[in-house]
Write a protein that binds this ligand. Sequence first.
Ligand code: OGA
Ligand code: NI
Length: 435
Amino acid sequence: MHDRDRPIRLVVVRIIPMTAARALSPPLPPTDRGSSLILAAAHNTAAMADCMQEWPEPVVRVQAVAESGLAAIPGCYVKPPRDRPAAQHLATAGVGGDEDVLQEPLDTSIPVIDLGELVAAAAAADEGRMGLITEAVAAACREWGFFQVVNHGVAPELMRAAREAWRGFFRLPITAKQQYANLPRTYEGYGSRVGVRKGGPLDWGDYYFLHLAPEAAKSPDKYWPTNPAICREVSEEYGREVIRLCELLMKVMSASLGLEESRFQEAFGGSECGVCLRANYYPRCPQPDLTLGLSAHSDPGVLTVLLADEHVRGLQVRRADGEWVTVQPARHDAFIVNVGDQIQILSNSVYKSVEHRVIVNAREERISLALFYNPRGDVPIAPAPEVVTQERPSLYPPMTFDEYRAYIRKNGPRGKAQLDGVEQGQAAGTPPENK
Ligand code: OGA
Ligand code: NI
């Protein structure tokens, strides 16, 4: 059921002609990567709530733009030259056929960690088998902020089913998905942008966002798609299994930092952690050299477990030397795990929440499922006293995840500006869009 041969047709939803033209045509302002935010902005939730009721412009589905058959992408998707992908990366984006040959040497890619022994030990309630794995995890979290896991205990069939269910959803006609259109206040549902800044840059991707935990935050009847019929059930089971993996990863990461195994979980709110799923859909793009499927960002939460497309590469990670490295999934049933901003904060920047982005492709659409494991919204998070020393004083003031996320949701992806901005001692200033 591939959509390659579908007739070309532009579906612009909830748009009046003038605004549609405006939404699609203005040149992209340069992103403000590197600009710093102030804490006060995140606390200003009342002002923020006002602008979170509606998107600032009519929403255009990237799928609609892609299917319209345009040879050139609209200006709002064009990135400034410094943010565009390098030509050699685009040449290697496809998986299969000749393009399958990675131009980059394999040893430049993110570490792969086999969790087999640990999963077996956890199942047998056999503690204390973490040694070698924690070393590998510690090195990956310090140097890359990213690693892949294999033999992680989640069934490959479930992973495949989840990917297929969501692929099925995105391949529905846009009109069938429109009933789930999301709003910036909650983000739940079918979306095509992050951030409410008017005229802000757009990315070449649509997504679906929903809450998997805690139970009270879940609203499957209202927000989860019923088509494909399997989508709800599979997402539920997938969530359960991947959350279990997250809990194991939290223990490993905590131990790898020299802390009690339970330390991370406690600091992030015990059993009250929040979990969200973001299914990403990156349609084919006639000019992948000019845009990005997802702009450079770091993930705001604790950790992210990504199930990438089994056929098409696209995720790029910024290596310590600043180079973008395209991730090659180790296997179809590998997960890509990354450290989120909250672990960088709790570890006082020993572990890094690393910038990543997505490149798109002229020949293939791409899908991915990102599961975000987040702290409870109302617990202040600051560097753990165990990792703060006189030589390495605390870099971050306490802040709750609700405050932190509200800021990000307003502003959209901005590299690592958010986290850099909350470092202690930053000069206070007003974010550019409020000036
Ligand atoms: C994300 C993300 C990467 C991908 O959703 O935060 O980084 O490959 N996704 O889709
Ligand atoms: Ni991400």
